[in-house]
Design a protein around this ligand. Structure first.
Ligand code: GLP
Length: 259
């Protein structure tokens, strides 16, 4: 795992957008794993302005609420269409979000896994982090070998997303999410966290002991994982000096230093 600290949320989001752009330019037919959430808004805003050719890209989102149709503005399908897809030249048929309305949810989860396998796996997975330390909707005690499945949302997550639904009582109680094992199989992943509300969980996820209580700690076992944080989200990390040195000196970050 590598940690990159940028001065603020703008710069951190910009770096993640540039990492995605570099992937698309290097491999126009790349398979992207995409995330939703407030943290991702800036990344997609930035991507929209970069004049990238998405025409051969395939995308798979991490998760979707159970019971929300794509037409529901709170669905993650609607989020993705509004935040990115309708603004770029991606073929909607190449964009995948689990179907939270599927009659047979278990079959839908198996189908989603099979689709990812069919395209040869995910090249670059983008991740946010919830306050419980979840990636996707992998709530505490999610098995590290778990695959796409239905997961019940924890009270902390429900509270975190309550504002979108006009109150916690309106937040769906379950979601389809890629499993921790599904996420771990990607070739490379980038986790973005910004703001002081994420400082404590970022420190636990990156420098704490590996535990299924915090599914993001599984990323310590991922072969190519970069955690991009702003100063606020980095505040509780103990090895900041080392992380800063890496970004300033390691050749792989040279093309990204000028922002
Ligand atoms: C939801 C999503 C996660 C996301 C998290 C953080 O729970 N399922 O994938 O990482 O929100 O959201 P935010 O960026 O709004 O803090």
């Amino acid at each position: 795992m590598e940690v990159i600290i940028r001065p603020d949320a703008e710069a951190a989001s910009d770096l993640v957008a540039r990492i995605i752009a570099a992937e698309i330019r290097a491999k126009p037919s790349c398979v992207l794993g995409l995330a939703t959430g407030r943290t991702m808004d800036r990344v997609y805003q930035r991507l929209r302005t970069m004049q990238l050719d998405f025409s051969r890209c395939r995308t798979f989102n991490l998760d979707e609420y159970v019971g929300l149709p794509p037409s529901d503005p709170h669905s993650y399908r609607a989020y993705m269409n509004n935040a990115l897809f309708r603004h770029v030249n991606i073929d909607l048929a190449n964009t995948h979000v689990p179907d939270g309305m599927a009659k047979n949810l278990d079959a839908e989860c198996r189908r989603y896994e099979a689709e990812i396998e069919h395209v040869g796996g995910i090249d670059l997975q983008i991740l946010g982090i919830g306050k419980t330390g979840h990636i996707g909707f992998n709530e505490p005690l999610s098995a590290f070998r778990s695959r796409t499945r239905v997961k019940a949302l924890s009270p902390t997550t429900t509270a975190q997303n309550a504002a979108f639904f006009g109150g916690a009582e309106n937040v769906p109680r379950r979601a389809i999410t890629m499993g921790v094992g599904t996420i771990m199989d990607c070739r490379r992943c980038v986790l973005l966290a910004t703001g002081d509300s994420k400082a404590e969980i970022v420190a636990k996820a990156v420098e704490g002991p590996i535990t299924s209580m915090i599914s993001a700690t599984a990323l310590q076992l991922q072969r190519r994982c970069v955690v991009v944080v702003d100063e606020e989200a980095a505040a509780r990390l103990t090895q900041q000096e080392y992380y800063r040195w890496i970004f300033e000196n390691e050749p792989e970050w040279e093309p990204f230093r000028d922002s």
